[in-house]
Design a protein around this ligand. Sequence first.
Ligand SMILES: [Cu+2]
Length: 114
Amino acid sequence: MKTVWLLTLVTCALLLSGCGSSDTVNVVLAGEDIFFDVIDIDAQVGQTIEVQFTNTGTLEHNFVLPEFDIETPILKPGESTTFSFTAAEPGEYVYICSVPGHETLMHGKLIVTE
Ligand SMILES: [Cu+2]
């Protein structure tokens, strides 16, 4: 009987930790020459989006999401940065690389739904 309780507790703990992680969207994003390898980030209102952004190209790149006041420094090849923000409002938000000449090819969209 004790074993059953223990198993129940462990199962609950696993379920809870699963629920906890759904509050966060983890995005591993690379800037290449000349594009982002992730062009669609989906999130729900209230979720925190944690982005690990790495410049895997040979040019300089950054990540700019104007509606959220996010602008990383311009990363040299091989450099990496992390940042996070909360998706407070539903909508579609375009993110770009603002290095001159890159935006046309180097953009993606954050889609926040209810
Ligand atoms: Cu770029």
